[in-house]
Design a protein around this ligand. Structure first.
Ligand SMILES: *[C@@H]1O[C@H](CO)[C@@H](O)[C@H](O)[C@H]1NC(C)=O
Ligand SMILES: *[C@@H]1O[C@H](CO)[C@@H](O)[C@H](O)[C@H]1NC(C)=O
Ligand SMILES: *[C@@H]1O[C@H](CO)[C@@H](O)[C@H](O)[C@H]1NC(C)=O
Ligand SMILES: *[C@@H]1O[C@H](CO)[C@@H](O)[C@H](O)[C@H]1NC(C)=O
Ligand SMILES: *[C@@H]1O[C@H](CO)[C@@H](O)[C@H](O)[C@H]1NC(C)=O
Length: 788
């Protein structure tokens, strides 16, 4: 049985004649922008990184392609003895041939699918690309496409996608998880608690019952233990009424601000599924729960793929471990609610209570961790997560024609013909975009409307309404600096392939950072300093990672996204989410450009924040709630620090100097805590925190009570207008070294890195910025042809 890793000799050299200033043509590497003394308090007007090259070609020679075939004799059923899917390595020569013959007319992604469909008409369900490049440039690369045309139900395709990932990344998943549990649960048995697993069991059971009630897909179907009819589900019309209030109580207190509280049905033990959806009817419900079911099927496939390629029982993972790993963000709260017992204290207790009556089973004592439940010494939680910024620039004067303002007004109204539909048909093959929440039946009408709009806007179409950048860096423990860059191209994805900045074994980002053909989705985490909020967390809900992927695959725009995400809120991993609609932004719209959502246990608040973005010229996010209601409920300090905390001030000061992508690269890596007055002498008060560095003495010369930790901003991701349309992201892995020493495990202070498990991590984080394209190729908009 071929399950994986027929490691091919990669002698393939496509060697396209790429001449380009800032790229090393042998790899898609950008030389790191120099640490430039001008940058702080005066950004260098860095050279634009928008160089032309064929990054897709560079990728092809670096990784392996696999056909994903269904192997079992009865399609879509695993007989338990052999894996359900097989990965067949493709010859580099043949991929190269397809690549060279593809291009303008047929993108490689489609050419590959077509050729595999011909070769394995009965069994092929898609293909995958995998590059083992982590030690070279900081990330493993994984891209998975399952085909609309493949003769299998979507559940099988989702499971196939999961299987591939589990199969290709199993050893990395194991290490990622074992680092996590050994560090996170140190002194507490190095395992999650039984109560935590019970919570997750209840949650999964509730979720899969709801899926079954709405779609007919039982857990056995999702696991491939029972066949599904190919019909899967129909293509009936989407109930647009769902935008507001059919599955929860949305009360508009202020105009434009939406609040969601779970309906009684969510909190009850209902498993009938249909009960909560009234106005929109069962059809909408079925589509929603289909998306949830596909996330679950992908997860079941991940587990099967992992087991199929893990022969060593000592490096095996249980279903629970795999599921807990995926919930690693949700664990921020769940670890507080269900901490494993303190091994030392438990032993001491046992010694004391010998002979005494065993205490009744009590709710476990909560174990609050800094930054997620405690206000630290320096104002608010010490360990925070992530910095993000969206920057909008003025019209590019070179591109702005005289007709611009007139043209703009024709597309200004977000309800204008076609406005909300653009990009939905993007991706490698527009016609295949059906999308669970999209409408096949309406497709034709929409196409007509869209063509009409194109005519109206003739000449406007390629005008750039606005320039933009979106950027994010994620903060976490340094042992988590093993990364996988993923692209999921599934037929049910409404706005095209989802690009995910991720890690081994996670079916979501966790950073969080996603881009589709239309959207940029990202978040930073809010602290929960009001401990009573934890009481609202209960298992009859969907975990954050599941809701995020449901929204990423199912939403056509920001309003849809926040709607899908808010449903069945678990109250775990409580973030400020930003959903940027690039198409609308570009076209000069003033509404529906940016949606912002904040979540708490039992509540989400969201609003169209386009006005703020456009008026300020930027939106920054730095772990402080934006909505006053959320701010107050989470018990952040009063008066509000939203505008005054160090990163709010640094972003405000620096953003106006961002005029190029390299400026933004510098900003996202900025940490000059020893000189920057806004940093107050602390290495965490910076856009790119480095908690591992020592604090400066306070002004009186007294040492600070500051605990150094192997924790901080561990990456950055940036898209600009051009890179976005090329489905390309600038990325970097590792703590910032622009103005600070490079982080190395081997030379790090023992007080910081000693005893931290980091199996699988490279030693030195000195990767520099990379330009990551996708083998899926650039984004093809309707009406635009890919460049040859
Ligand atoms: C466990 O309890 C001991 C003694 O009460 C304490 O010193 C130690 O810090 C605790 N460990 C953890 C991980 O909480
Ligand atoms: C790994 O664990 C799974 C699930 O518990 C089990 O089915 C499988 O046999 C195990 N594999 C090995 C090699 O121990
Ligand atoms: C240092 O900070 C910790 C936690 O913030 C606190 O418990 C401790 O009392 C502080 N120590 C001093 C000397 O201020
Ligand atoms: C939040 O709290 C502040 C300070 O108590 C108060 O002035 C403000 O009105 C509150 N806002 C909301 C929305 O609760
Ligand atoms: C904390 O949360 C509870 C809801 O669980 C709320 O009733 C209370 O007002 C909040 N406390 C503060 C200080 O806002």
């Amino acid at each position: 049985m071929v399950t994986a890793f027929a490691l091919l000799s990669l002698s393939l050299l496509l060697a396209p004649a790429v001449t380009c200033l800032s790229f090393d043509s042998s790899r898609d590497t950008i030389k790191k922008p120099r640490a430039d003394a001008q940058r702080f308090g005066g950004h260098s007007r860095g050279q634009s990184q928008r160089a032309k090259l064929h990054p897709q070609d560079l990728l092809i020679g670096r990784g392996n392609f696999f056909a994903i075939n269904v192997a079992s004799s009865v399609a879509g059923v695993s007989n338990g003895a052999a894996p359900e899917f097989e990965l067949l390595p493709l010859q580099p020569r043949e991929v190269a041939l397809l690549a060279s013959s593809s291009g303008a007319a047929v993108p490689l992604a489609d050419a590959l699918s077509r050729s595999l469909r011909e070769r394995y008409p009965e069994s092929n369900t898609g293909w995958a690309y995998y590059a083992d490049t982590y030690t070279e440039d900081g990330w493993y690369r994984l891209e998975i496409r399952t085909d609309q045309d493949a003769p299998f139900p979507d559940v099988v395709k989702a499971r196939a996608a999961g299987f591939v990932e589990g199969n290709l990344q199993a050893p990395h998943m194991y290490r990622f998880w074992s680092n996590y549990r050994k560090n996170q649960y140190a002194g507490r048995g190095e395992e999650p608690s039984k109560e935590l697993l019970t919570f997750l069991d209840e949650q999964y059971a509730w979720m899969t019952k709801r899926v079954e009630a709405a779609t007919g897909w039982s857990l056995a179907h999702l696991r491939g233990q029972l066949p599904l009819s190919i019909a899967g589900f129909g293509s009936s019309r989407r109930a647009r009424a769902a935008a507001n209030g059919d599955d929860g109580q949305a009360q508009d207190v202020e105009p434009g601000v939406h609040r969601w509280r779970p309906q009684d049905d969510d909190a009850g033990s209902s498993s009938d599924g249909g009960g909560s959806s009234t106005s929109a009817g069962g059809d909408w419900d079925r589509r929603y729960w289909s998306l949830v079911g596909l996330v679950a099927a992908q997860f079941e496939g991940l587990a099967a793929g992992f087991w199929a390629s893990t022969p060593d029982p000592a490096r095996n993972m249980t279903w629970h471990e795999l599921y807990t790993l995926n919930a690693v963000g949700d664990l921020y709260e769940l670890n507080v609610l269900f901490p494993p017992p303190n091994a030392t204290a438990a032993a001491a207790d046992a010694a004391h209570t010998v002979g005494a009556e065993q205490p009744q089973q009590e709710a476990p004592e909560r174990h609050y961790t800094p930054g997620h439940g405690e206000v630290g010494e320096y104002g608010y939680g010490e360990l925070l997560d992530c910095s993000a910024i969206i920057k909008v620039a003025d019209f590019d004067p070179d591109l702005e024609g005289p007709a611009d303002s007139a043209a703009r007004s024709t597309v200004d109204d977000p309800t204008a013909v076609g406005a909300r539909l653009l990009g939905r048909r993007g991706g490698a093959a527009g016609a295949r975009r059906r999308g669970l929440l999209g409408v096949e039946a309406e497709q034709e009408e929409e196409e007509e409307e869209e063509e009409e709009e194109e005519e109206l806007g003739a000449g406007v179409r390629h005008r750039r309404g606005r320039d933009f950048w979106a950027a994010h860096n994620t903060w976490r423990s340094y042992y988590d600096m093993v990364r996988t860059w993923k692209v999921y191209d599934f037929p049910w994805s409404v706005t095209g392939p989802v690009v995910v900045s991720s890690s081994p074994g996670l079916l979501h980002s966790k950073d969080d950072w996603y881009t589709t053909d239309n959207l940029v989705v990202m978040e930073t985490t809010n602290g929960i300093y009001n401990k009573s909020l934890y009481d609202a967390i209960q298992p009859r809900s969907l975990l954050m990672w599941q809701r995020a992927q449901v929204a990423n695959f199912g939403a056509a725009g920001g309003a849809d996204w926040v709607d899908l995400f808010a449903r069945h809120n678990s109250g775990t991993y409580n973030n400020q989410w930003m959903v940027l609609d690039v198409e609308l932004l570009q076209r000069g719209h003033e509404r529906e450009v940016l949606w912002v959502l904040e979540q708490l246990p039992g509540l989400t608040v969201s609003a169209d924040a386009s006005k703020v973005l456009l008026a300020q010229g930027y939106w920054a996010s730095y772990n402080v709630p934006y909505f006053p209601e959320i701010y107050n409920l989470t018990a952040y300090p009063q008066p509000s620090i939203y505008h005054t905390c160090p990163r709010a001030r640094i972003f405000k000061r620096e953003q106006s100097r961002v005029a190029s992508t390299s400026d933004l690269m510098a900003l996202m890596r900025l940490n000059r805590y020893t000189e920057d007055p806004e940093s107050l002498g602390l290495p965490n008060n910076a856009i790119a925190a480095r908690y591992d560095l020592p604090a400066r003495a306070d002004p009186s010369g007294a040492p600070r009570n500051y605990t150094r930790r192997a924790y901080g901003a561990v990456d950055a991701k940036i898209v600009d207008l051009d890179s976005f349309s090329e489905r390309r992201t600038y990325v970097i892995n590792g703590p910032t070294d622009d103005d600070q020493p490079i982080f190395r495990w081997s030379t790090a202070d023992a007080a910081v890195a000693g005893g931290v498990h980091h199996e699988g991590c490279v030693d030195e984080f000195n990767f520099g910025w990379q330009s990551y394209a996708s083998v899926m190729g650039p984004i093809y908009r309707s009406g635009s042809k890919p460049e040859a």
